[in-house]
Design a protein around this ligand. Sequence first.
Ligand code: AMP
Ligand code: ZN
Length: 152
Amino acid sequence: MTVVAEPIYDSDMACIFCRIVSGEIPAEVVLREPDVVAFLDIQPLADGHVVVIPRAHVALLEELEPAAAEALFRAVVRLARPVREALGAAGTTIGVNNGEATGQTIPHVHVHIVPRREGDGAGSVHTIFPRGARRPLGEVGEAIRRAAGGLT
Ligand code: AMP
Ligand code: ZN
């Protein structure tokens, strides 16, 4: 008997995106790779709004294994041009809500690719933030380098 090794992924079957990965819930899939699936957002912000997800159930970007992170970002890069061209868009806004406090509603990492048009009325990433920074850049940079174990 031939045993075909299937990749084993941590999944949470309460998770909508894990259920899309397993095929239990239908989706308009645009890319299927060993570690990544991409499909159309069910409530698109614009025509062609795609979400790209790792097959592995991981809530936060920083919890991704390096190989899964690479596969995810490669897929985003691979899709950016086709999504833009297929929709005749001028550009794409690409973003991640990373954590519940940021507005992440599904705790399974996903990268949004949203086609953009001149005058579509949506702002840039800058427009989602009030100007709230207070601390000197040097102090903040030092804190992050220390937390990251001495990045230079
Ligand atoms: P976020 O708010 O960053 O967590 O984004 C979650 C996204 O998933 C939203 O844009 C939803 O419209 C989308 N979404 C939720 N359920 C589905 C589904 N079954 N198929 C496709 N997209 C979905
Ligand atoms: Zn999941």
